[in-house]
Design a binder for this molecule. Sequence first.
Ligand SMILES: Nc1ncnc2c1ncn2[C@@H]1O[C@H](COP(=O)(O)OP(=O)(O)OP(=O)(O)O)[C@@H](O)[C@H]1O
Length: 517
Amino acid sequence: MDKDPSFLFSGIAFNRKKFAGDFARFKEIKKSDDSEELLLEYKKPEVEAVEKPVKKRKRKGSVSDHVEGFSVFKRSKTELVLEENDETEKAPQRKKGLHIQIERDAIFRKKHNIHTSGSNIPSPLQDFSELKSRYECKPYILRNLAELGIKEPTPIQMQAIPILVSGRECFACAPTGSGKTLAFVCPMLLKLKRASKDGVRAVILCPTRELASQTYRECKKLAKGKKFYIKLMTKQLVNTAEFSKVPCDILISTPLRLKFAITKRKLDLSRVEYLVLDESDKLFELGLLKQVDAVVKACSNPSIIRSLFSATLPDTVEELARTIMHDAVRVIIGRKNSASESIKQKLVFVGSEEGKLIALRQTFEESLNPPVLIFVQNKERAKNLYEELKFSDIRVDVIHSDLPQLQRENAVDNFRAGKTWILIATDVIARGMDFKGVNCVINYDFPDSSSAYIHRIGRSGRAGRRGHAVTFYTEADVRYLKNIANVMKVSGCEVPEWMLSLPKQKWRKHRPKREFK
Ligand SMILES: Nc1ncnc2c1ncn2[C@@H]1O[C@H](COP(=O)(O)OP(=O)(O)OP(=O)(O)O)[C@@H](O)[C@H]1O
């Protein structure tokens, strides 16, 4: 392997200046014992040439440029393909037809704030009924959607579903609570068609156990009435005798458990046809990267379709994704890395650590509109704040990674059921958790990054509902305030001008732990 870490994977040049932070991180990884192995993993397996390669279009502003210099044919009922030099008689007619279609798609995408890049992007889905007309979707999916009260596709579903059903890879960034789960589960069910006992066929990786079990439940709901083998990778499952022979169409897991299953239980993932990395930027962080890497490597089927989903997709992750994916389509809904516009965000100055508890009690006295989620910096802080609040007449609970699994599950279930009014949490549930109707998120401790902020407050204001977010800041937090103020401004919230004109301050990872006062 090339000794120069500025070259990652198959000789793709890495812009050292632009990605200086990540360059340093990869240098660090390289220094560790098994680094050589790790860097190699992200090579996309060669895909057999089963069809004529499609010439890449030049990237230009207007969508109608997609067809410039190409002629067009219909590969299947569902897919339009551009091919150069189609000289048949009907070519001009087809080309004109496609131009019209492309213009229509462009208008539709603009209306729904869908931004795409890539070649030959399938038309967005305007209505769920098109699942049947375009993709011969079986009635059970439509029936389940209706039962769940899901009538219209959200923008991410409009675009990601046709991309994935057409067998294209995709990386997608859409706001919190905008229905990304359905956007990757629905095409998976459509493509898998029926249950099989031929080994694992699809894998969904989630960064936390809570999110994995929520995704599992969502899969089951959408697959109701069809006997798919859908499995959640639990400790129990992994310890089952003959574990690797348990039939499984869709496997949902955290990276650590799946890596354990691959290495210790010899789980074979070589037949996996679909791999989803949910909350992909989190999965690509250093703490999980090694395990994710092992999973990506184990999913060695050359025609695998990979997709990445998150509400935040840093350029560095995109860059990395490009090196592992094949002709992927990029889908961004609204503005990249921005908070959901349905959340009313507010910043509250509390002076010092002491001021936080006073401000919190005052907030509750003025109006307590449960359910409320309170985020703190770490588990010690979570335990301490819980001790402060547990004797008040408020129904409060706490969740952090030190608790036994059952207690973590109970905390989530009770909050979901409305038995708990206030849940104190660390970032362990900041990602992906879908609590219906959280009225307010309070950032008791200032978040560690803009993406942590976006995900935390995104537990509120989901699926078109309105939500609130309050962030406490102390003197010590002022240096990072501009970052949050910028996020707020982009999502349409009012921010005092002085905050926006503060000097730019990069987030410092591993900030000193706060003392509880
Ligand atoms: N088309 C739809 N119409 C109405 N509700 C929907 C639709 N699709 C999904 N939902 C609901 O929206 C909620 C949020 O969906 P989901 O959890 O998939 O969001 P997400 O985009 O993955 O959020 P996050 O970024 O926080 O993970 C869920 O309760 C889901 O049932």
